[in-house]
Design a protein around this ligand. Structure first.
Ligand code: ACM
Length: 515
């Protein structure tokens, strides 16, 4: 009943009863995983020196068999052994132990009970893909910090290991940047928001906003690291920047024009300029972003960037001419390359959106691309030498409605993405595409990611409604090897729903009227 399904599982007779006293024995380096497990088993449990034992140990000799994130778990009536080549594997094994508890044990308010037990079982498990992500858009709607903490823990439960945090966009700037106070004083707040579908919307008249201090984000990073989750920050450029332009109009192509933080959704023609001071601004923001987020990857957006404003800007045209470009459109790739070079000089890798498949070939191969339109675009990027995160909108955009039922709330218009659609998607194109290894540079599919854009999801309850259970299917796609049969998955999901409910996730239930 584990989601995602482990690689190999052998049941044995008997059970391990989790008594009120536990002998928890972490080997060298396994203490953080033991602490995480102890937290899940409840603070009331005493640690003793006798009785049934839970051993957690690092054993690098299993690296070949289990990879960087795999683990072995053996549960017998009086002993549990969790072994992994690296900490990430132990943390994944802890989540398996968590899922094997009675579902009620996952509730925050459940007192540890002597009646808890694990079934005797042997598991050998390792992920199919290295990047198993969820994008959460906190720019369109600010989400409270405690919801980010909760989200990280739920990702870990599903062995998802990346939270791609979309921190900036036209409608809001959410990260504090020292020396640039207006980004959050001005850019983090908007006077109202569009509600209703494009073409038939109105503005709600309600101010909205918020931002995270660097201190808060560092605490989130630590909470995530303790669960094996990496936070990949995204700073959008050169488009999707109306919030930054509202704060500092001189970053734009019309420095004399003050724009408000955008109150509508869509694609804005107001983008960053290509002036030196604007590029320096971007580097300053990225430098602080790197200081908060230790992730190997930093996402720099790059999507949906009309170049209209550059076509009419004498400065942009001069810059394009000086660079020997045929036109200002080439400044888009050039802009992203400048930021790639800056990040690379700091030993980080840039990632950006790829929406046509044509970015590949124009961007440095070392840039990872998030392929969001067609899986074919991702395949083309791999062919051009990139590592790719597959995020095709028709299978991984959870902001689309999940059904055509009349009670389904307004979602992103355009598609319906069902649980079955998410489950059926194969990021490796049926085996046609190579798997990418983040430790190396060889082209391939690094992984797969679900997207929770929040134009139409103003509250945590609403994003939870969109995420579950479709995110469970994405976790299965990202982690599990072997044949994927929908019926078999749905059977496990039925049990898994009890775990989600215990965690307070309103699975399949509509949030109370969104507004
Ligand atoms: C995107 O949906 N514009 C990445």
């Amino acid at each position: 009943m584990i989601i995602p399904r482990p690689s190999e599982l052998t049941p044995h007779p008997g059970r391990f009863v989790i008594g009120s006293a536990l002998r928890l024995e972490p080997g060298p380096g396994a203490e953080p995983a033991a602490d995480l497990l102890a937290g899940y088993l409840g603070p009331g449990r005493a640690r003793t020196h006798a009785g049934p034992v839970i051993r957690l140990g690092l054993d690098p000799s299993h690296q070949l068999e289990l990879g960087a994130e795999g683990y072995r778990l053996d549960i017998r009536p009086r002993r549990v052994e969790l072994t992994a080549p690296a900490e990430a594997g132990l943390l994944n094994g802890v989540q398996t132990l968590r899922q094997l508890l009675p579902p009620a044990a996952l509730a925050a308010d459940t007192a540890p009970a002597d009646a808890w037990w694990w079934p005797c079982i042997s598991i050998r498990d390792r992920p199919r893909l290295a990047w198993r992500g969820l994008l959460l858009d906190v720019a369109r709607h600010f989400m409270p910090l405690d919801y980010l903490f909760e989200t990280v823990d739920r990702l870990a439960l599903h062995k998802l290991n990346v939270l791609h945090l979309h921190l900036t966009d036209d409608q809001g700037w959410r990260i504090e940047v020292d020396g640039l106070p207006r980004l959050t004083d001005i850019g983090a707040w908007r006077t109202e928001s569009q509600i209703g579908p494009p073409g038939d919307f109105h503005l709600d008249g309600t101010a909205h906003g918020g931002y995270y201090s660097q201190r808060e984000l560092r605490a989130l990073v630590a909470h995530a690291a303790a669960r094996g989750v990496t936070i990949v920050p995204e700073i959008e450029m050169p488009g999707h920047t109306r919030a930054a332009l509202a704060a500092y109009p001189n970053l734009g192509n019309h420095p004399d024009r003050t724009l408000p933080v955008w109150t509508r959704w869509g694609i804005s023609e107001d983008i960053l300029s290509v002036d030196d001071h604007t590029l320096d601004f971007c580097r300053q923001v990225l430098a602080q972003t790197m200081s908060v987020f230790p992730a190997r990857y930093v996402h720099i957006g790059g999507d949906e960037c009309p170049t209209t404003a550059w076509h009419t800007s004498p400065e942009a045209r001069r810059r394009a001419a000086r660079l020997g470009f045929r036109g200002v459109d080439e400044l888009h790739g050039w802009f992203l390359r400048q930021m790639h070079d800056f990040l690379a000089a700091h030993d980080r890798r840039a990632a950006c959106w790829d929406e046509t498949g044509h970015s590949a070939g124009r961007l440095p191969e070392a840039m990872a691309l998030t392929a969001w339109r067609d899986p074919d675009h991702g395949a083309r990027a791999v062919a051009h030498g990139h590592q790719v995160i597959m995020a095709p909108h028709t299978s991984t955009y959870l902001d689309y409605p999940q059904s055509t039922q009349p009670e389904e709330p307004q979602g992103q218009p355009g598609e319906i993405v069902t649980l079955e659609d998410v489950h059926a998607f194969d990021p490796l194109g049926g085996g046609a595409l190579p798997v990418g290894d983040p430790a190396g540079m060889a082209p391939g599919v690094l992984g797969v990611q679900a997207q929770l854009w929040t134009e139409y999801a103003p509250t945590p309850a609403h994003t939870d409604y969109l995420a579950y259970p479709r995110l469970c299917a994405l976790a299965e796609t990202a982690w599990s090897t072997g044949p994927r049969e929908l019926e078999e998955f749905l059977g496990r999901l039925d049990h898994h729903r009890h775990r989600l409910r215990a965690l307070g996730v309103p699975v399949g239930r509509l949030p109370a009227a969104a507004r």
